[in-house]
Write a protein that binds this ligand. Structure first.
Ligand code: NAP
Ligand code: F7E
Length: 343
């Protein structure tokens, strides 16, 4: 049956925006996506997914209130998924004011616009496990106390509570998904999983020499972005607006992620040294291929994340298809077979 729903996705050029657009198009939504003007085109993810021609694009920036008002008024969608953000944690330390303007105030601009344009628009806010930061409980669920450790985490906590406040004050159908790290072949190169998989694949092919990393003892709860965009849709199509944790329920260190990737690429390897002198040797080539770079450490780190997604599994029947091993296989396969795509 024809779906008559319209969705507006902010941040459609990013990892999640691209997968969500594909997911909604497959459900016959009319999909609008917001694009921030830049010096070069940034549609490579949508092109890789084969959907660039199916999305309707609008110029948009979360910094510009009148632009947001015009876009929401013109499209008047059934659902808005706010995925746009300055999402890279290290950049939030160097650009804390810009990060706050986009990630925190940008969300109030959107919420207030919805309130004034059409209160029936359903709203999804991309909240994050970074809000748990220095974790106050293990595992973390919807009731765990927050303790963010970066300007990014703090900005997202502001917008998380703003979303709740607009829901409670004005009866908006507004939900926050507290999503733990989710990765994919379409992840930006600066994030650790993509950096590891991409560099190790290139080292294996003789195209790169050495990978430099920061704190490899940090532990993350990693899932696949394809599974996580489905959770966003489930939230906006539930009977009541609520907040949900979305996670795999397992935690893995960056070091273990490296080892799994090395196994997947059939390396023989050995760690030597301690702390920042830790290095990894390719035993077949007798070469150092991973070194630690102190400059990649963060001013404050989130040491451990592990989520408890019982609520969304029980109430919305969310059921992920990927685990960490199949995620890594998907990412490695992409690096080996699709080197012409650059994100
Ligand atoms: P991403 O790949 O970094 O994409 C971010 C998107 O936001 C891009 O399309 C970017 O556009 C856009 N954007 C940045 N600043 C903007 C502005 N001022 N106005 C309008 N658009 C702007 O992020 P992602 O990994 O897909 O994550 C999607 C959302 O989920 C983000 O809000 C992120 O903070 C949140 N989140 C992500 C994870 C995760 O593990 N991936 C976990 C929890 C929460 P350009 O192409 O122009 O840069
Ligand atoms: O770092 C460590 C680093 O940048 C993961 C964003 O999507 O998920 C993401 O934030 C860990 C950290 O992700 C390098 O110190 C070591 O402990 O891949 P990341 P993130 O900071 O967890 C959350 C849920 C979001 O919401 C964010 O938007 O890996 N690490 N060495 C490194 N990290 C990077 N990037 N680069 C390194 O060389």
């Amino acid at each position: 049956m024809k779906n008559t729903k319209t969705a507006l996705i902010t941040g459609i050029t990013g990892q999640d925006g691209s997968y969500l657009a594909k997911f909604l198009l497959d459900k016959n939504y009319t999909v609008y996506g917001t694009v921030r003007r830049g010096a070069s085109e940034k549609f490579s993810r949508l092109e890789f997914l084969g959907i660039k021609d199916k999305v309707k694009f609008v110029d948009f920036d979360l910094l510009e209130l009148s632009n947001i008002q015009q876009v929401v008024k013109d499209i008047n969608p059934n659902e808005i998924y706010n995925l746009a953000a300055q999402s890279f944690v290290p950049t939030s330390f160097s650009l804390p004011i810009l990060t706050s303007d986009i990630n925190a105030l940008g969300v109030v601009r959107l919420l207030d616009t919805i309130l004034n344009v059409n209160k029936d628009i359903r709203f999804y806010q991309a909240s994050t496990s970074e809000m748990f930061g220095k974790v106050q409980e293990v595992p973390q669920n919807e009731l765990t106390r927050f303790y963010p450790r970066s300007p990014y985490g703090v900005s997202k906590l502001f917008s998380h509570y703003m979303t709740i406040n607009y829901r409670e004050s004005y009866d908006l159908f507004a939900c926050s998904g507290i999503l733990f790290n989710h990765e994919s072949p379409l992840r930006g190169y600066e994030f650790v999983t993509k950096k590891i998989v991409s560099s190790l694949a290139k080292i294996k092919q003789g195209k790169e020499e050495c990978l430099y990393l920061g704190n490899i003892e940090a532990q993350r709860d990693w899932g696949h972005a394809k599974d996580y965009v489905e959770a966003m849709w489930l939230m906006l199509n539930a009977d009541t607006p609520e907040d949900y944790v979305v996670s795999s329920g397992k935690t893995t260190s960056v070091r273990e992620f490296i080892e799994k990737t090395l196994d997947c690429l059939d390396f023989e390897y050995e760690w030597t040294g301690e702390g920042i002198n830790n290095t990894l040797i390719d035993k077949r080539e007798n070469k150092v291929i991973i070194k630690i770079d102190k400059k990649l450490y963060r001013p404050a780190e989130v040491d451990l994340l592990i989520g408890d997604s019982s609520k969304i599994i029980d109430r919305l029947k969310w059921s992920p298809n990927y685990n960490l091993n199949t995620l890594i296989e998907d990412m490695v396969d992409f690096e080996i077979n699709n080197s012409k795509f650059n994100f």
